[in-house]
Design a binder for this molecule. Sequence first.
Ligand SMILES: Cc1cc2nc3c(=O)[nH]c(=O)nc-3n(C[C@H](O)[C@H](O)[C@H](O)COP(=O)(O)OP(=O)(O)OC[C@H]3O[C@@H](n4cnc5c(N)ncnc54)[C@H](O)[C@@H]3O)c2cc1C
Length: 451
Amino acid sequence: MAELEARLPADCIQLDRDVIDTYSQDRAIFEGRGSASVLVMPRDTAQVVAAVEAANAADVPIVPRGAGTGLTGAANAVDGCMMMSLHRMNQILEIDTANRLCRVQPGVINADLKVEVTKQNLFYPPDPASVDMSSIGGNVATNAGGLCCVKYGVTRDYVMDLEVVMADGRVMHTGRKTIKSTTGLDLTGLFVGSEGILGIVTEITLKLVPAPDEPSTAVAYFDELKPAGDAIVELFRQGLEPSVMEIIDQACLRQVEAVYPMELDIDAACLLLIQTEGDGSADAIEQIAKICRANGSSFVYHVNDPAEGDMLIEVRRKVWPAFETLGKAMLPEDVAVRREHLPELLAGITDIAERYDVALPTLGHAGDGNMHPLLVFDENDPDEVARVQSAFRDIIALSLSLGGTIAAEHGVGTLKRQFIEDELDPVQLEVQRSIRQLLDPDGRFNPGKAL
Ligand SMILES: Cc1cc2nc3c(=O)[nH]c(=O)nc-3n(C[C@H](O)[C@H](O)[C@H](O)COP(=O)(O)OP(=O)(O)OC[C@H]3O[C@@H](n4cnc5c(N)ncnc54)[C@H](O)[C@@H]3O)c2cc1C
């Protein structure tokens, strides 16, 4: 502690137990957290360096934290650690319209950045559903996805350069601020999605794109899941490029309708929500509607009016709040398969729900093959908790059996660490662990997470 106090202003150090605990865990429900010894809240890179040096001198681990909206325990304290919250480093440092990039500190909230770049007629696409709460630093460290990733890609596709404080306190830039660069290895890609285990991100340079035109929107109900999956595959085969392509199953439709009546078809097996934008978006949405009909959709409706489109997309936004009204625990899964395996994934999820007698409403980014089966349960019922945990494991095994991934956009944290060897081959795992060891030989950053 003396080391810290010697290096940092007093108002950057928090020792109050309640405050430390408040900053010591993310939104994961089953993941335990340790007891941190101190909370550090730096205002700039120099203070991050000072804190890392103090942690080295005292030999304590550091757990970086953005806004704590993670769903995997990745930002949870480990015993005796220094929690480092980057929330005060929340400045947008530059918006460069000529080169279409911006420089931000890690604590900037995603939605705040979107608002500022929109004023320059630019767009920062990655849009996790936590857009109003999560930080860009956390988005970078988890490689966050979202609704419009089907067209625009995930966070990784927008990161040009990171300023990183390394375990020995040196400050490194991982990339460039030029649109092109082929010099050296791609260290930026290495740090994106690294869940705080390789270094503390203190500045981020992001690519921006021109603000999109207003979207056209379609909704399509299906009486079975398979034809919906077939329609998704077919529209990509025909070269169409949706900017949103979401699926909501019957259980979600029923819960949304029960809480927010909006005349949804609650007998349908699922609903697809699709948007297109840019030149020819009205033609594209019409073509998509035709493909849905040709693949057996029971009802298709499409509009070009953005306000009406927004109302249709609202169904998707209401799913989580509708289930929250049940007052139960919610564990969102996060698996992804190639698009053509979506029907098998959805059918398998239905089987798992029946096998373990658990509620498993499912929604997801259908265009990315990324599903979020939502385990909704009573956490005070040990029998139900055990069944939920079995269902959770079986969904992961199902995704892997279809050639998919165990962690599409939420990361691994502690929640999925035990499954990582089931996905990564031994050689890849060894190389990854060697890189971690090289960059952080003393295991200073976020021990017990991700790898
Ligand atoms: C309601 C809800 C909806 C969500 N929807 C989505 C979604 O659609 N898509 C999606 O991808 N995720 C979603 N998430 C998950 C979560 O919001 C994302 O993982 C988000 O990127 C986490 O950002 P954060 O700022 O809260 O980071 P935190 O939870 O604080 O931290 C996440 C990880 O990043 C590390 N970290 C944070 N800042 C830094 C830094 N500066 N340097 C190094 N490491 C750092 C932490 O150590 C931890 O490993 C959702 C969460 C909620 C609660």
